[in-house]
Design a protein around this ligand. Structure first.
Ligand code: AMP
Length: 548
């Protein structure tokens, strides 16, 4: 017998319409150069309808891919709704990838139209001749269009010519709505194709109090790019709830962010750890009123415990640590304390908050050994993180590599984790980043997190370097916080010997000015391993090992 409930299709149109009906006056603010562009959901809606009409005129049909090469801004948000709600597929392109990869991605996805921020036009001019399927390039500019590209047209001119009435098609919830390619470090990027249903359910997932906990009364600023896993789904959730949204555009320097949080009274924001490490450096020395800010969601890479602690203790700001991937939409797990943990000593609470947390309601997680057996939840035994749920990918888009990652209804993440008795996961490493030393594994993330706790350290990355006897040994690269007051090696080893066995310590510590980052701001371990593969590792001198 079947239930007698409506077969209501979970598509994105009602998300937008709710904001327009219930919160028409809520603002959407974008930093444009030195000014702010402001308008409301009521102003946005007719433009989204016009944009849907434009797409029709440009010959975009149901299921066609529409590429975007844009920063976080209001026009990008218009595309977030006009493209999927009219039946096409929003394909956000990572503008920081090397041009060859952007070309590969556009051709692989067979994008028909490309929407480009004016500031990114030079990049498109460079690659345009290699694009096999793109028929039109729409430039999102505030000034009249100037370009050598034959296919280029102006966004604002196209919109101005259209009617602001549009009849949205009835879509199947399983229709593709959006796609993102992974910023994978090996081989070509892989396409992840989200459906209306998966985004809808993920939106519900991130609104939950115990996950990202977005509220109608929040002012949400996504610092995570709208091209990185759809800004972690936050623009959809914020629109559903009618939140005020603040978009920093390309202005991602700590001072830009601090000013926006202060002036626009941002209450919740999200981004990768490197970004917040930079902001902390500023906030230590300059005063901003960030009293409205109640939550900073940090994910995409491990948030060092010292960072969570520093923000809380020195600035009274709460970091919530979360884990996810492009393939998981991205919400996978969130580290919030359970009520019964609030009486634990402060130190223990920080240890828990620095883990990647418990599975978000709606997804299932397990850790599996090389024989496919689940490992015990003892907080020690490592296994590969596998995940399944309604917003987890089931395959890569047109990619034979799917077979290796999707098995028995689970997605194999390639992340190595432990799970403790309370169900909290801790990412030990990406499989390929672990240091395999004489049959033992050493977590680079744990070493990095410990080194970054040193007050004189800004950033630290640990990598495996080939070793004739042990196969691999760890090497630490450290960026001092202040050039004129750097830490020394003894300081670093003193700190590490408190937490790690001798065999786990890095064989050397190299002080560097900066650490290579990926297109989404994570330490680029592949580039670092390549750069240091011939590094001559000394054996750790006893002068660094204290009295041991
Ligand atoms: P991406 O698809 O670019 O978002 O990258 C996903 C990968 O980032 C995951 O497989 C993890 O290795 C890493 N990652 C994401 N969030 C975290 C986190 N909170 N802690 C450690 N690693 C993370």
């Amino acid at each position: 017998m079947q239930g007698l409930m409506m077969d209501y299709q979970l598509t994105l149109r009602p998300l937008l319409e709710r904001a327009v009906r219930i919160f028409p006056k809520r603002e959407l603010v974008t930093k444009v150069g030195t000014t702010l562009h402001r308008y409301t959901y009521a102003d946005m809606y007719p433009r989204v309808c016009k944009l849907a009409n434009v797409l029709g005129k440009l010959g975009v049909k149901h299921g066609d891919r529409v590429g975007t090469l844009a920063w976080n801004n209001y026009r990008h948000l218009e595309l977030y709704f006009a493209v999927p709600c009219s039946g096409a597929v929003l394909h956000t392109l990572n503008l920081r990838l090397p041009p060859e990869q952007i070309i590969y991605i556009i051709n692989h996805a067979e994008d028909k139209v490309l929407f480009v921020d004016q500031s990114l036009l030079p990049l498109v001019e460079k690659i345009a001749s290699h694009l096999k399927t793109v028929k039109t390039i729409v430039v999102m500019a505030d000034t009249p269009l100037q370009t050598s590209l034959m296919e280029a047209v102006s966004y604002e001119e196209l919109l101005a010519a259209e009617d602001d009435h549009y009849v949205w098609p009835d879509l199947d919830e399983r229709d593709a709505a959006a796609m993102c390619y992974t910023s994978g470090t090996t081989g070509n990027p892989k396409g992840v194709l989200y459906s209306h249903r998966s985004i809808y359910l993920h939106t519900m997932g991130i609104c939950q109090t115990d996950s990202l906990g977005l509220s109608t009364n929040d002012t949400m600023m996504p610092v995570v790019p709208m091209f990185h896993v759809l800004a972690w789904g936050l623009p959809f959730a914020a629109t559903l709830l009618g939140c005020k949204q603040v978009f920093p555009g390309p202005h991602l320097q700590p001072r830009d962010l601090a000013e926006l949080i202060q002036d626009e009274h941002v209450t919740i924001t999200a981004g990768v750890p490197t970004l917040w490490l930079g902001l902390f450096g500023l906030l230590e020395h300059e005063r901003y009123d960030l009293a409205a800010l109640h939550t900073m969601i940090v994910g995409g890479a491990a948030a060092p415990r010292s960072m969570i602690e520093n923000y809380q203790k020195k600035l009274g700001l709460q970091i919530v640590h979360a884990w996810g991937m492009t393939e998981t939409s991205p919400l996978g797990s969130v580290a919030r304390l359970k009520a019964e943990m609030r009486d634990l000593p402060e130190e223990e609470q920080y240890v828990i908050r620095a883990k990647q947390g418990i599975p978000a309601p709606g997804v299932e997680i397990r850790a599996v050994d090389e024989n496919g057996n689940e490992v015990p939840n003892d907080g020690k035994t490592m296994g590969e993180l596998q995940i399944r749920g309604p917003w987890i990918a089931s395959a890569y888009y047109n990619d034979p590599r799917s077979a290796a990652s999707f098995m028995d209804g689970w997605f194999r993440t390639g992340d190595v984790i432990t799970i403790d008795g309370d169900g909290y996961i801790q990412i030990v490493d990406r499989t390929k980043d672990l240091v395999k030393s004489g049959g033992e594994w050493i977590s680079t993330i744990e070493l990095e997190s410990a080194i970054m706790a040193h007050p004189k350290v800004l950033e630290a990355a640990v990598i495996a370097v080939p070793h004739p006897k042990w196969q691999e040994r760890p090497l630490a690269l450290v960026v001092p916080r202040a050039k004129d007051d750097p830490p020394n090696k003894t300081d670093i080893y003193e700190l590490l010997t408190k937490h790690f066995a001798k065999w786990q310590l890095p064989d050397d510590v190299v002080f560097v000015e900066s650490i290579a980052k990926t297109s989404v701001g994570k330490f680029d371990k592949k580039v670092l391993r390549e750069a240091y593969k011939e590094y001559h590792l000394p054996s750790i001198s006893s002068e660094y090992l204290g009295s041991e």
